[in-house]
Structure formats: C-alpha cells, structure tokens
Design a protein around this ligand. Structure first.
Ligand SMILES: Nc1ncnc2c1ncn2[C@@H]1O[C@H](COP(=O)(O)OP(=O)(O)OP(=O)(O)O)[C@@H](O)[C@H]1O
Ligand SMILES: [Ca+2]
Length: 821
C-alpha cells in the first residue's frame, strides 16, 4: 500500500505542485461518492486555467497599450490635442470633472494622449477634486458621494451559500441516492403487502437514517464554510498609508477611493489602479497580473500603476484613479475567489487511502450481495419455489441490496480527507487567535515536518523597537538615547558637525515626522528610520524647518542589496550636496574624509580609519546595529539624470542602534534544537552584530560557522556541500544569498525548510522555502515563540479533532446500520 500511495499520490508537494499532478491524483479517485464534498476547499483547477487565460490576455493588452502609448508619445508634441470628452451629468453634479470609465481607459490602456488632454496627473487630480499634497477631504458626505460615483475598492465575491445549498450538496451522494431508491421501493412493496403503518417501518427507517446523515453532514459543512469565510476576511485585512485632509494615516485598502494619495514602499502591493505622482527608482513587478516577470520602470513618463502588481524597488506617491471591479485585478480576484488552496500531501495520501478502502469496500459489498442472493436462490431451489417469486422475496432481495450499499457507506471513509482539511482549518483558527495568520492550509502541515528554520534577525529574533543608544561624531563617542544624554552629546560636538548630522537625518530618510489628528508628533517609517528620526528630534532638530530649507533633487531609496540610501539636495544658497547612509562598513569604505573634533573636514588617514572601524566593531559586539552617515559636496556639476556618486564622501559619524532580543527566543531555539530542528540566522546586518545576537539566542555554538554574504557568494558548489551544514549565521546577506542558501538546503540536503522574514528583503527566500513565516506589519505581535510553539499545537489539535470526528462518524454509521439491518 505504501508503495502504491507513493507512486500514485506522492508527487503532490506541500507547495507549488504542478497542475498535472493535481489533476492526475483527482482522476485516480474515480470512486468518489460525492465529488463536490470531497474536493471542497481544494484548488479549483478550471478556475485557475481561467485566471491564467486572463493573465495572458492582460499581458497582450498591456503590450499593445505600451506600444500604442510609445507611438503616441512621439506624435503628441506635433498634435493639437483637443478633447471631445463630455463629462456625464451625474458626475458633474457630484462635483467631479471625469467619470470612472474615462479614468479606467487612461490607466489600463496606458493612454498618454488622453492623459495629456486631461492635463496630466495634476489635471486628473483636479478633476477628481483632490489635491496632490493634501489628498481628499474626509467629510463623511463627500466620501459617500465619491463612493457613489466611482465605486468601492472591493471585488465581487460569490454570495455566501445558505444552509439549504449544503443540504442539497450532501444529498448528491451516490450511496445515499441508492439508499433513497431502496427506501422508496421498500415503502411501496411494504405498504402494498402489509398495509400502513406496519409495512412502512423498514422504509421509514432508511429514510430517517438518510435524513440524519444529510443533516449532520450539511450542518458541519455549513459551519466550516462560515469559519472559512472568517479566515478569508482576516487574510484580506491589509492597510496602506494615504494622505487625507493633509494628514498621513493608515487605512484599509477596502476604504481607498479614487482621488486618494497613497504612499507606496518597496514590497507593497499596489492596492488600486492609479498614476505615479512623485517618487524615485520605482520598479514594478507585474507578474501577478500578467505573468510577465520582467519588472517595469514607473516614472513621470510611464506613470501607470496597476493594482495587484508589486513594488520591487523604490518608493512613490500614487494618485488612485480606479478601484474594485473596474480594475483588471478585481476581475482576476473575482475569478479566483472561488478556487481553494492546493491539497496538502497528507490530504492527497489520505484520499489515496480512502480510494483504496473504497475499492475494497465495493468489492466486499458485491461479494456480500452475491453470497446473500445465492443463499436465497439455494433456499428457493430447495423449496422448489425458484420459479415463483413473491413480494416477500423481492423485499428480501431489496434488503440484501441495502446491506451491500450500507457496506459501501460504512467502508468508504469519505470524511477522512475532509477531516484533515477541517483539522488544519481548526489549527489555523487557533493560530489566528494568537495573531498568526496562516494563508495556506498546507502550511500547518508542513510546519509540523520542518527540519530547518532559517530566521532573519531584525524583527523576528529581535523586537524591532529600535533606539539609537550610542553615537560617534567628530571623534566623540557617547551614550545617547535619553533627552539629557543626547543634548549633552549635541553640545559636545562641533556646531557644524551637528548641523550637517541633522540635515542628514532629516533629509536622507524614507520616514517622516508628522503631526497626527490629535496634534501629536508621530514618526512614520521603518524601525531603523524611526530610530534615527527620534535621535534627530532629541538632538533638537526640527524636521519641518530642516525640510523646508533645502529641496530634495534626487533620492535613491534603501534596498537590501545595496544596503545604503542616498539623496541629493539643493542648498538654499546654491550648490548641491549628496547625503548617504547605510551599512557602516560599506558607507565608510566610500569615505575619504571626515569631520574632525574641531569641526574641520580632514582627510581620512589610517589612524582615524582604524578608530572608526574599531568603533563599529565595538558597537557591533554589543549587539548594536550600526549605521554610518556621510555627505558629499557636489557643487553645480551634478545632473539629476545620473546616479548619485558612490565615492569621495565625508564621514559625519556612526550610530549604534539597539534592537533588543525578543523575550522567549532563547527558549524557543532550545525547543527547536531538542526537536531536531536546526535554527540558522540569515541576516542583512553586520557580522559582529549578528554573531553577538546569535550567541544571545543560542543559535551560534562553538562548532558552528558564521559567514558573510559576499564570501558565501564566491564559494564553489563543492565547497558549499561542505560548508552549508555547518553554517549557523550568515551576515550581510543580500536577498539572493538567502534564497541560494534555502535552495541548497532544500535540493541538495533534502531538508524541509521554514523561513521567517519580514517579507521584503526576505521575499525570495520566503518564496523558495517549503514554508514561509512572514512577519508582516503586525510582525511585532506575531512573535517567533508563538510560531514555533504552534508546531506542536498543529499536530495535537489535528489529531484530537480527527478522533472526535471519527468517533462521531462511527456513532452515526452504527445508528444507520442498526436501523437498516
Ligand atoms: N533605512 C535604511 N537606510 C540606510 N541603511 C539602512 C536602512 N535600514 C537598514 N540599513 C542598513 O542596512 C543593513 C542591512 O539591512 P537589511 O534590510 O539587508 O537587513 P535587515 O532586514 O535589517 O536584517 P534581517 O535580514 O535580519 O531582517 C542594516 O544593518 C543597516 O546598517
Ligand atoms: Ca528583514
């Protein structure tokens, strides 16, 4: 049996099974009494093919649109553009100058000509009655008017199915139907022979048991469907940052409306169709919408952003133009919303077991029927009545038939695969109560069998609550953090150094200091950015003043591959200046000058380089995350077309950011160890910092290896064979290094790999892993300990639930058997 199962049902993987494998195993289950039930909550393959076709047509449409827009761009300057667009009356009355269809055709069709006619992005914003800087007004009435005209950002889901639909589905069971026919015949024959009510007993008994089975099945199915709806709703709770009423805030993507100004960052999914307003180095991955993997640049020339696509690099502000079902993504999601998850290997195997048992059951049912009929025939032969068949004989035959069918009902464990689905859903619900959202049912199962965990450091092992606790500027190294220590640090360093440090902090940032609706100062941005801005505020910097004084000309946002970010600013009294900040040893290597203790820019000689390197090492060995800040005077020779220079910087200083280890991580790592699971740390941070934290968590042991990404990249295949099993820490790794490690562990070493990460720099590795534990925005809540302890929970809960279910089924089956036989 083991061999048979492995051969026929073994090629379905926990993740990314081929469509052929999925189709094949379903075909193998030909002996399924109620297909609809058995395959409920599993992938709807035909819907998937439909979605794939939509993707292909999207790709073709986009390709044509891009070609047309390119051609239009060439002619546009010579044309006298005029519009025959008439604003529909109801739109005009509501206070807008453009309708939803026109907006849709501009963005989806990449129609630069129409965009130009409507006055580019600013023109469209005006017609949508919004402001690019302040966003839409939040008055309830106005929002409702907007909703009325442009719709909401939700796609049509199939209406929830009522209880009766489940009753109908439960009735479509072949064996129950046969039993129904038996009951009918038994009633007719019984009443004809023995009269009412005596002759109806048998028939009514069968009817009652059928009703019981149908009722119990439908009730439990209905309950699950409600539970699945709950899970689904939870999965879709995604928020984005928008500016409304001049206040930056987070809102649910469902509340987005045309006219909203959305702030997008690397890793975000574009939540609606829209136009690029401002931003830098934006690369968009459209593969989820079109299947095309080559990312496209989005900028002022190609400003079209389509919902469902992902920001692969950079950050930008976008004006929402089209929402919900009017977008291609809405249509795609509406198609896919009915398809369930892929089956898990355990489910497929259990389906195999159910099928084998079904076949055996069927065989015995036929044999039993044949034996019983033969008994009857023999008796009649003996009695010499074999030519005379009475109603009683017919009833007896019917009874035999019912017994045979009952054997099939009892023997075929239809509920077995479904029980797994249920128990996994149950585990999912349990985990959700602990704020861990399981997107894919199969994950609960895979989690139970993982052998290696590759964890990132920041935000997973550590709390992600960062504060600058040490700083070294102009040779002055001090503890900072509290307002007194920071201000005394501020007064100890030369004025010129302090001023340039503040400029760097407030200009060269992906975060923002805002005043929220309650008039409180709030810092938005990644934890690293927030920590720096907080330090800047403590130093006495006023972010707005600093921002107003000079204009930002170019930004190269932070990404994990470069590990640095840079801006170019225009100084109030002319000239340009570049600021750069990032991984300390990388930025320091780009410096050849520094600001000395007198506030004078001096060349970086060996002694001062060593001093700075020592400082970095010292900070890092105290588990601090180090960042180096630097600047470069550009004069007037720089054009914003060219990249920001990567060398010749003047080092301003080094900051050490504390990010404490999460409580309970050490114990969790120990639990994993004792369960035979190897935990490795794969981080983008400095080697010394990573090692210090790994020791603290119990990940790095004396015989383990800690290696840096760039060194790992250079190794040959043979060397990797030797090295990989011993790697416990990989530092300064790029997203691709993480991916390579996971791929090797999975393929060469046949490990079941779980990866935890924050979803942006870890995305490729999360994708490659057997199971990805993404610490999302709520990452601070979903802590490492919980995910790990749930491995145990999944196992126990599924078994407990399975047994209860089995017991329950057993009782029902017994009851039916008693009634019928
Ligand atoms: N916003 C930022 N601007 C400039 N440099 C940054 C910024 N954020 C992080 N860094 C620097 O880049 C380094 C690596 O960051 P990266 O995103 O690759 O890893 P991480 O996500 O911080 O770590 P992990 O992989 O453990 O989650 C950090 O050590 C820090 O020095
Ligand atoms: Ca990370």
């Amino acid at each position: 049996m083991e061999n048979y199962l492995n051969e026929n049902f073994g090629d379905v993987k926990g993740k990314n099974s081929s469509e052929e494998a999925l189709q094949r195993w379903r075909n193998l289950c030909w002996l399924v009494k109620n297909r609809k039930r058995r395959f409920r909550f599993t992938a709807n393959l035909s819907k998937r093919f439909e979605a794939e076709a939509i993707r292909r047509s999207n790709q073709e449409k986009l390709r044509v649109a891009v070609l047309v827009s390119k051609a239009a761009l060439q002619f546009i300057h010579c044309l006298n553009l005029s519009s025959d667009y008439v604003v529909p009356k109801e739109v005009e009355e509501a206070g807008f100058q453009i309708c939803a269809d026109e907006l849709g055709s501009i963005v989806e069709g990449h129609d630069v000509k129409k965009l130009k006619i409507h006055g580019e992005v600013e023109g469209i914003a005006e017609k949508l009655s919004t402001s690019i800087n302040d966003g839409i007004s939040t008055s309830e009435d106005l929002l409702n008017v907007r909703k009325g005209i442009y719709g909401i950002n939700k796609f049509n889901e199939s209406p929830p199915r009522g209880f009766l639909v489940f009753v109908w589905e439960a009735l479509q069971d072949m064996t129950l139907m046969i039993l129904g026919v038996c009951a009918l015949v038994s009633l007719i024959v019984g009443i004809a022979m023995e009269g009412w009510p005596k002759g109806a007993h048998d028939g009514l008994g069968i009817v009652a048991s059928i009703l019981l089975v149908v009722f119990v099945t439908a009730t439990s199915d209905y309950k699950q469907s409600l539970q699945f709806k709950d899970l689904d709703r939870e999965k879709k709770k995604i928020t984005v940052q928008v500016t409304r009423n001049a206040v930056r805030q987070k809102i649910s993507i469902y509340d987005l409306l045309p006219g909203d100004i959305v702030h997008l960052f690397i890793g975000d999914q574009v939540p609606a169709d829209g136009l690029f307003v401002s931003g830098f180095s934006v690369l968009i991955n459209e593969s989820s919408l079109t299947g095309e993997s080559e990312p496209v640049n989005v900028n002022a020339v190609n400003p079209f952003l389509l919902s469902g696509t992902k920001v692969q690099d950079g950050s930008c502000k976008m004006l929402v133009t089209t929402v919900g079902m009017r977008t291609q993504w809405g249509k795609l999601m509406a198609t896919l919303s009915e398809g369930g998850d892929d089956e898990t290997p355990l489910q497929v195997k259990l389906n195999g077991v159910a099928t084998i048992i079904g076949k055996i059951g069927l065989f015995f049912a036929v044999v039993t029927f044949a034996v019983l009929v033969q008994g009857l025939c023999n008796r009649k032969l003996r009695e010499g009545t074999h030519w005379i068949w009475s109603g009683d004989d017919a009833r007896e035959m019917l009874e035999y038939f019912a017994i045979a069918v009952t054997i099939v009902v009892v023997a075929v464990p239809e509920g077995l695969p479904l029980a797994v689905t249920l128990s996994l859903a149950f585990a999912m619900k349990k985990m959700m109560n602990d704020k861990a959202l399981v997107r894919n049912l199969a994950a609960c199962e895979t989690m139970g069998s993982s052998t290696t965990i590759c964890s990132d450091k920041t935000g997973t092992l550590t709390t992600n609550h960062m504060t600058v606790v040490k700083a070294c500027v102009s040779g002055e190294t001090r503890e900072v953090g509290s307002s007194e220590s920071t201000s005394s640090f501020g007064s100890a360093i030369p004025e010129i150094a302090k001023s340039i440090l503040l400029e760097s902090i407030f200009k060269n940032t992906g975060g923002e200091v805002v005043v929220n609706e309650e008039k409180k100062v709030q810092i938005l941005g990644t934890p690293t950015e927030t920590a720096l801005l907080e330090f800047g505020l403590l130093l006495g910097g006023d972010s707005h003043q600093k921002r107003e004084k000079s204009k930002v000309v170019k930004v190269e946002p932070f990404n994990s591959t470069k590990k640095r970010m840079g801006v170019v600013i225009e100084l109030p009294d002319g000239g340009l200046r570049a600021h750069c900040k990032g991984a300390s040893e990388i930025v320091l290597a780009a410096c050849d000058k520094f600001i000395d203790s007198n506030g004078v820019v001096a060349p970086l000689d060996e002694a001062s380089t060593n001093h700075l390197k020592d400082t970095i090492e010292r900070f890092a060995s105290e588990s601090l995350r180090t960042l180096c800040l630097a600047y470069l005077e550009l004069g007037n020779e720089y054009s914003d077309e060219s990249p920001i220079p990567s060398e010749g910087y003047t080092c301003i200083g080094i900051v050490g950011i504390k990010d404490p280890v999460r409580p309970g991580v050490k114990e969790s790592v120990a639990i994993c160890r004792s369960a035979g699971i190897v935990v490795r740390m794969v981080t983008g941070d400095n080697l010394t910092t990573a090692k210090a934290i790994a020791r603290e968590c119990g990940i790095l042991t004396d015989d383990g290896i800690a290696i840096e990404g760039p060194e790992f990249r250079e190794k040959s295949e043979e060397e990797l064979q030797e090295l990989i099993p011993k790697i416990q820490v990989m530092a300064r790794s790029s997203p691709l290094d993480k991916h390579t490690l996971v791929r090797h562990l999975r393929t060469t070493f046949q490990e079941v790999v779980a990866v935890t990460g924050d979803g942006t720099n870890d995305a490729p590795a999360l994708h490659e892993a057997d199971i990805g534990l993404a610490m999302g925005i709520a990452g601070t809540e979903v802590c490492f300990t919980k995910s790990v302890s749930h491995i145990g929970l999944c196992r126990t809960s599924s078994f407990v639930f399975f047994f209860i279910k089995a017991l329950f089924m057993h009782r029902i089956i017994k009851e039916i058997a008693c009634k019928i036989i």
